[in-house]
Ligand binder design. Structure first.
Ligand code: HEC
Length: 111
């Protein structure tokens, strides 16, 4: 009798744990998707507006500095400043507002 009861309780606990686990997984997946969307967005912007000068893999070319490691040289704010205001041969205002921030954050992570 007691064993049976224990088994039922144990079984219920397992089911609860399984449900909890599944829920957590869904949340994780959702967060991952959101982050990915932002990344894809920044990447898309860079791929359409920046690679003509900075190289298809952001590896830099000629007088255009590489951006694939720019995070090791400049902070996110400094990158944002270059994007918004330009610097030397770098035209400012190619990307503005939220998009500029997203791109700056994305580039700042490239080290
Ligand atoms: C017309 C060509 C051109 C385009 C398009 C361009 N850049 Fe640049 N970029 C430059 C040049 C030239 C420099 C170097 C400026 C200097 O030496 O002061 C530069 C420098 C930079 C720097 C500073 C790099 C460092 O190591 O200091 C960042 C960050 C940057 N660009 C980001 C971007 C982003 C983001 C885009 C797309 C929105 C973009 N650039 C598009 C020409 C370009």
């Amino acid at each position: 009798m007691n064993k049976k009861l224990l088994a039922v309780i144990f079984g219920a606990a397992l089911m609860l744990a399984a449900c909890g686990g599944a829920k957590e997984e869904t949340t994780t997946t959702k967060t991952g998707t959101t982050t990915e969307t932002a990344t894809v967005n920044a990447e898309k912007i860079v791929n359409s507006k920046c690679i003509s000068c900075h190289g298809g893999n952001l590896e830099g070319q000629g007088n255009f500095p590489a951006l694939n490691n720019v995070g090791s040289r400049l902070s996110e704010n400094e990158i944002l400043n270059v994007i918004e205001n330009g610097r030397g041969g770098m035209p400012g205002g190619l990307v503005t507002g939220e998009e500029a921030k997203e791109v700056a954050a994305w580039l700042a992570a490239k080290k």
